[in-house]
Design a protein around this ligand. Structure first.
Ligand SMILES: Cc1cc2nc3c(=O)[nH]c(=O)nc-3n(C[C@H](O)[C@H](O)[C@H](O)COP(=O)(O)OP(=O)(O)OC[C@H]3O[C@@H](n4cnc5c(N)ncnc54)[C@H](O)[C@@H]3O)c2cc1C
Length: 507
């Protein structure tokens, strides 16, 4: 029998991030996974700005940047003709220290997280499977099975978190429904190296390429320092019905079945195939993220279509949120929003009919190059794609909205970068803290010393106003960098006391 505070099931990106954040906050964790090692299957390759901002909190962003490949531009092709190059770095400029999409294989990403965890003295217990758990009183008791010996281990914990992927046992045990559906189109995914003569091929120039060809669509994403490319494409039944029945749930397609089409659509000479698989996408969300002492997070709680590469990123943000024990209901609202947006995008790209046709043939080739020249549009696209837009307005831990302007309680603290430094430096401290831009109220420092809460006072600059911050206001920040409340006036100290006592929170 062993004991821990939090038992984490699954060492994918969600479980590993959760373990890192909990450990950083002094919570004892145990993390198990039935796999021997991180999966080599091709899965996520895109890490978004919001996740890098959060990794900065635990000094991990530089490690990822060191291994990853920043994607700076994307091209749009319709029926073989090049229509636009969209410079991604322009989109997020001034919004974040990480104005790009970082390309890094999920396997390498997981290895970086696991190595960091190991360096902190926590080893993922591999070849170990959750069989079931029971909850009684103030703890849960889980039965784990060591696959190699078939031996059973009993583990007591205060909490159990299922980061155990789409087929989650924990989700099953909490009795959550997994509502949603499976998309009709069959996708292929291939990681390849191109022949040397093809380095001049526009599909292999270190940028992303989105190609629409009739109803088919195909994406080329460079990674591995631009030396490899990930090809993702839809397969239409007409091309393959001679050899393979695509209507079955898992059609057995081989790379040879799609290779001629890949060559025809992309013009790429394939030198080496690293991996190939076909899959059908789903979009589903659990009807609850928690029951008693059990939570679910990541793919166990929601799965997405691949448009926008949001699944892993959303799971990592679930983990950071859960790590300071917020009610999971807050994350369900955001996950629903992401699923809604990616579902619309996916359906537009892959369906038949007038509107999808209009988007593919007119909006993408002619509209996108024009509207993406507008600063406002670029920022809005980046904010959504990179999850900077995530907000917890209206959550019970967010103070009610008031006349604060664009930035309200529940929002991410906006990034304000000045020549003298930025306002994210103090955020490495994973705890409640206060920011004031201008002069703090007279007794605030005393309150902070008394309650051991970090206070950062930054000289007011007009740029702070431009990003939505208010002069002399007191920003109460949650441990995950979101604004819990904004206070002003002579009685800020009692407002802070009220905020914590009315929500039964401690700092
Ligand atoms: C082809 C493809 C491309 C994708 N591209 C992107 C992208 O570009 N960007 C993006 O953000 N997302 C992308 N995704 C989604 C992304 O891969 C997932 O969202 C992500 O893996 C979810 O992480 P997770 O940790 O929640 O779950 P998983 O990665 O599924 O990890 C779950 C872990 O739990 C373990 N486990 C399961 N059951 C048990 C048990 N009973 N006991 C012990 N261990 C257990 C498993 O072995 C596994 O290691 C893509 C997915 C696919 C399939």
């Amino acid at each position: 029998m062993s004991q821990t505070e939090v038992l984490i099931i699954g060492a994918g990106p969600t479980g590993l991030t959760l373990a890192l954040w909990l450990h950083k906050q002094g919570v004892a964790v145990r993390i198990i996974d039935y796999a021997e090692a991180p999966s080599k299957n091709s899965r996520a390759v895109a890490v978004h700005a919001r996740v890098l901002e959060l990794y900065h909190q635990i000094d991990l962003a530089d490690d990822l940047n060191g291994f990853g490949y920043p994607l700076l531009a994307s091209n749009i092709w319709i029926d073989g003709k090049h229509y636009a190059t969209v410079p991604l770095s322009d989109f997020g400029k001034k919004l974040t220290p990480y104005p790009y999409m970082l390309m890094l294989s999920q396997e390498d990403h997981e290895k970086i997280l696991e190595n960091r965890l190991r360096s902190l003295g926590i080893c993922v217990e591999r070849c170990t499977k959750l069989k079931h758990y029971v909850e009684h009183g103030s703890k849960i008791t889980a039965t784990l099975v060591r696959e190699t010996y078939g031996s059973e281990i009993i583990c007591d914990a205060s909490w159990i978190v299922g980061c155990d992927g789409a087929r989650s046992i924990v989700r099953h045990e909490i009795g959550a429904d997994f509502e949603g559906e499976t998309y009709e189109p069959l996708f292929y995914i291939a990681d390849i190296e191109a022949g040397s003569g093809d380095c001049y091929n526009p599909g292999f120039n270190g940028e992303a390429h989105i190609r629409m060809l009739g109803e088919k669509y195909n994406v080329i994403l460079p990674f591995c320092n631009g030396k490899r490319i990930r090809l993702i494409g839809t397969m239409v039944p007409e091309s393959y019905q001679q050899t393979v029945d695509l209507s079955t749930p898992n059609p057995q397609l081989k790379f040879e079945d799609v290779e001629p089409e890949i060559r025809a659509v992309t013009g790429i000479e394939i030198k080496k195939l690293h991996c190939f698989s076909t899959y059908r996408c789903h979009h589903r969300i659990a009807d609850k993220f928690r029951k008693g002492r059990a939570f679910i997070a990541g793919d166990a709680a929601h799965i997405h279509s691949p448009v926008g590469g949001q699944g892993m990123n959303t799971g990592i943000m679930d983990a950071v949120n859960l790590a300071w024990k917020l009610a999971a209901i807050e994350r369900r609202t955001f996950a629903l929003d992401v699923i809604g947006a990616t579902d619309q995008g996916f359906t537009m790209l892959t369906s038949k009919g007038f509107w999808p046709y209009l988007v593919r043939q007119w909006l993408l080739p002619y509209g996108v190059p024009i509207v993406t020249k507008l600063e406002y549009v670029k920022h809005q696209i980046f904010r959504r794609g990179s999850q900077l837009i995530c907000t917890y307005r209206g959550s019970h831990v967010s103070q009610a909205a008031s006349g604060w302007g664009a930035v309200q309680p529940g929002d991410r603290l906006p990034w304000a970068n000045l020549d003298s430094g930025d306002n994210f430096s103090s955020l490495r401290h994973i705890a409640w803290q206060l920011h004031v831009y201008g002069y703090p109220p007279a007794d605030l420092e005393k309150w902070c010393i008394l309650n051991d809460v970090l206070l950062t006072v930054i000289d007011w600059d007009p740029h702070h106003g431009k990003v939505g911050l208010k002069k002399h206001a007191v920003y109460l920040l949650r441990p995950d960098q979101y604004i819990a409340g904004i206070f002003e006036g002579p009685s800020v100290n009692s407002m802070l006391n009220d905020y914590f006592s009315s929500r039964e929170l401690t700092y």
